[in-house]
Design a protein around this ligand. Structure first.
Ligand code: NAD
Length: 366
């Protein structure tokens, strides 16, 4: 995917991302390094694991890369050397259960295609490991529920890789909304998309991705609307546009949806695999507006408020922040702000969006 605009826009501010952690780490995550760093095994060594998560782990104080799970022997060899991993901490997808005997590994971070998350999370939980899982949690409510139940039964913590929940510019917008700095939030516009390149990749295959742009990037917009309102949607109406029925034969290309929230806030969102340049949100308030563009990059997110104030907080690596926080939750026995239940709930709303398209009518949510 190196020529893919997704990659380009997400890595655009690589210089910023490479900066030392600058103050995004707050509270307990910034405390003293614990006596023992928690060991993280990365399951799935694709783009995200290679270019974002493994480098981020080098910046964390309370966890470290301690193992890998890969189906590709050449990657195993390469990572073993690069990160000085012991041979006993290298697994393939079929030997994950052996992690039960490996005390170096505390957390398995699942970074495989969406529909493989369950299998890998179940294997990790069965081996007695905590599970951090990329978004979307899985491709159906039932599969999410199975994951939540299995990790709970194992007595372990399940977290979802919602990095924007740790990104300071996004969190500043949550503060503006919550403290009504520019009045009450009334209408939210949130949009995220990119022009999909390689037509053969798993993101275009229903059985591996579960859906298209909505599952992949629309989920960020959904999260934004809930973060800004602090509420859950009660009504969803959606429609779909396909301009390339061959490439997007199995998954959605562009989806527009509206949601209503209990307080009367209305959100308009778009997810797409057909265009670059959609990567932000704006909240219209009773006295003005605020928003971020970009809002969802790995770094360099920034925005403005209607009173002229810029929103441009220098942020530490989002992946380091989410991992530090997850490790801190485990070390201090506290809940995570991105629990498996949140991932499950979001897949429920995504499913309602697909249902609305299929039925050609709004869906009322309970
Ligand atoms: P990728 O295609 O680059 O990597 C997927 C990895 O899974 C590869 O190492 C591949 O070898 C492995 N794999 C195992 N079985 C496979 C199979 N049957 N088919 C295809 N690949 C298989 O994907 P990615 O971009 O790294 O995405 C992985 C996960 O991370 C997805 O769930 C995605 O939604 C999520 N993601 C999150 C963010 C974020 O910002 N939080 C960004 C990108 C991706």
């Amino acid at each position: 995917m190196s020529h893919n605009p997704r990659r380009q826009f997400l890595t655009k501010s690589a210089a910023l991302a490479a900066m030392p952690l600058l103050g995004g780490l707050t509270g307990s995550a910034l405390g003293q390094a614990p006596a023992r760093k928690l060991g993280v095994a990365l399951c799935g060594l694709g783009n995200l694991a290679t270019n974002q998560i493994a480098p981020a782990l080098l910046k964390t104080r309370n966890c470290r890369l301690a193992g890998i799970v890969t189906g590709t022997p050449s990657k195993a060899e390469e990572w073993k050397k690069k990160y000085e991993l012991p041979a006993r901490s290298i697994y393939d997808y079929k030997t994950m259960q052996r992690m039960a005997d490996n005390k170096d590994i505390d957390i398995v971070y699942v970074v495989t295609p969406n529909a493989m998350h369950l299998e890998h999370a179940l294997a990790a939980a069965a081996a007695g490991k905590h599970v951090f899982c990329e978004k979307p949690l899985e491709i159906s409510v039932e599969r999410c529920q199975q994951m939540v139940d299995a990790v709970k039964k194992a007595g372990k913590l399940l977290g979802v890789g919602y990095r924007c929940q740790f990104e300071a510019n996004n969190l500043e917008c949550v503060r503006l909304a919550k403290e009504k700095v520019l009045g009450d939030v009334k209408i939210i516009d949130a949009n995220f998309g990119f022009a999909m390149g390689d037509p053969t990749q798993w993101r275009l295959k229903r059985d591996l991705a579960g859906g298209g742009a909505l599952m992949d990037v629309g989920i960020y917009c959904l999260q934004t609307t809930m973060m800004l309102t602090g509420e859950r949607p009660v009504w969803i109406n959606a429609s779909e546009v396909k301009t390339d029925a061959v490439k997007f034969r199995e998954v959605d290309e562009t989806i527009m949806w509206q949601t209503k929230f209990p307080s009367g806030v209305v959100a308009n969102c778009t997810s797409t695999y057909s265009a670059n340049g959609l990567q932000g949100f704006r909240a219209a308030t009773s006295r003005g507006w605020f928003g971020l563009d970009p809002a969802y990059y790995y770094s360099g997110n920034r925005g403005r408020r209607s009173d002229g104030t810029e929103i441009n907080i220098q942020v530490a690596d989002q992946f380091a922040l989410e991992l530090e926080d997850f490790a801190d939750c485990i070390l201090n026995n506290r809940p995570t702000r991105v629990p498996g239940e949140m991932g499950l709930q979001d897949v429920k709303y995504l499913t309602a969006i697909y249902e609305s398209i299929k039925k050609g009518r709004p869906i009322t949510l309970t």
